[in-house]
Design a protein around this ligand. Structure first.
Ligand SMILES: Nc1ncnc2c1ncn2[C@@H]1O[C@H](COP(=O)(O)OP(=O)(O)OP(=O)(O)O)[C@@H](O)[C@H]1O
Length: 392
């Protein structure tokens, strides 16, 4: 019976003159989310509403799951579409709707009505009263309760009429693409996929950068990051994943710098490279999965040292989260199982036994002077050999 979904917007309803940009972005994201769902769909923008209409047989649960991943959606209402706004047709359809959805259950109800055309033969309150009376006549088990009903029956009269009663919560947030683009430093861990998810929920499109160190890190470790990018893209939409070969830079740092400073210095070069890629790809910021105090490279001093090399804003959405908070989100968005697969990361391979936890910026900068001879050409080489994978 449900061949359509009425999509209610989250915050985007309040965006004034730019509203159409938000609606278009939402429509595009809905189309992207539905592309792997069995069935054919039309996504229609009509008088400040978006409807998803099924043009063929479709899987209801799969469709709702896909729509629940589209940021900007406040709620998803499975809707009966009546190809008419004539009163007799509407009341007959509302009867069929109630019979199909609620059978002969004893319930209290309230009708809520809207009409798009102010010249329609009944006002909204009249639609409520007349429809309520009609349903009570037809269904002896239904009673009106306008204060605390068991169910609401929504009737929206436009050129066609929409009847619905279930409101499934959407994810909220803003449609991806309405708030610029940022570069996510995506490792194979638990935190960075969650960080990407959180920023994209605010409407930011993502690109991602992954640093690997073959042959010290395997093809399988890289595949794990590709898999994670695909899982994040289910929410964030298509993205480019830039894979940077970091081996020679890491080996050079390992040869030239004190080993207790390796992680911090490596991290600084990761940020530099990610920032360069971000600039080249019109990104307005970097995103990492850092959280204060989680490891030696995430103390306040270490974060200050890492941040020192960037002029772009660095967004760290999980900065104040406990690990369990992050794990909870990773489980919700289905990245956790992939993140915990035991493949090596380049940072864990060249790690010191006792890394500095309170690095002094002065000392780190001085150690980096040891890299002067070759670092520029190594950075250039790393940037020239980036492999870009389209995740969609
Ligand atoms: N190999 C990598 N490629 C891309 N980004 C990385 C890589 N390693 C670390 N990062 C970035 O640096 C952040 C901190 O990394 P670190 O390994 O210290 O932390 P983590 O808490 O284990 O994070 P994650 O769980 O995201 O790996 C990561 O969240 C990620 O944004």
């Amino acid at each position: 019976m449900f061949k359509a979904f009425l999509i209610k917007y989250a915050e985007i309803g309040i965006k004034g003159k730019n509203r159409y940009l938000f609606e278009n972005a939402l429509r595009d994201q809905i189309k992207f989310a539905l592309k792997d769902v069995e069935g054919e769909f039309d996504v229609v923008k009509e008088q400040g509403r978006i409807y998803v209409e099924a043009l063929s047989e479709f899987d209801f649960d799969e469709t709702v799951d896909a729509l629940k991943r589209v940021f900007g959606i406040a709620s998803i209402c499975p809707t009966m579409i009546v190809d008419s706004n004539e009163w007799d047709v509407i009341t007959k359809s509302a009867g069929e709707f109630v019979k199909n959805v609620y059978g002969d259950q004893s319930l209290t109800f309230k009708v809520k009505a809207k009409r798009a055309d102010k010249h329609y033969e009944r006002t909204s309150p009249e639609i409520c009263v007349d429809m309520g009376a009609h349903l009570v006549d037809q269904f002896p088990n239904l009673t009106v309760n306008v204060h605390d009903p068991d169910i609401y029956i929504y009737v929206e009269v436009r050129t066609r009429t929409y009847i619905y009663s279930h409101i499934i919560p959407g994810p909220g947030g803003m449609p991806v693409g309405t708030n610029g683009k940022a570069m996510l430093l995506l490792s194979g861990g638990i935190d960075s996929p969650v960080a990407g998810y959180m920023i994209s929920k605010r409407g930011v499109r993502l690109e991602a950068t992954y640093f690997h160190a073959p042959p010290y890190t395997s093809e399988r470790a890289k595949q794990k990051v590709v898999d994670l990018a695909k899982l994040v893209a289910r929410y964030a939409g298509p993205m480019k994943l830039h894979v940077v070969n970091f081996t020679d830079i890491q080996l050079y740092i390992y040869d030239q710098c004190p080993h207790d400073e390796l992680t911090i210095i490596m991290r600084r070069y990761m940020m530099k490279i990610a920032e360069k890629l971000a600039e080249e790809n019109n990104c307005l910021g970097l995103i990492t999965g850092e959280s204060i105090g989680q490891v030696a490279s995430q103390t306040m001093q270490s974060l200050a040292a890492t941040n020192d090399v960037c002029t772009m804003p660095v967004y760290r959405p999980v900065i104040g989260f406990d690990k369990q908070d992050i794990v909870d989100i990773a489980e919700k968005i289905n990245t956790y199982e992939t993140s915990i697969q035991p493949y090596e990361d380049c940072c864990t391979i060249f790690v010191a036994k006792h890394p500095v936890t309170k690095p002094s910026l002065k000392v780190i900068r001085k150690s980096e002077l040891n890299l002067e001879e070759k670092i520029d050409s190594l950075l250039e080489e790393a940037l020239n050999t980036v492999e870009t994978i389209l995740i969609d």
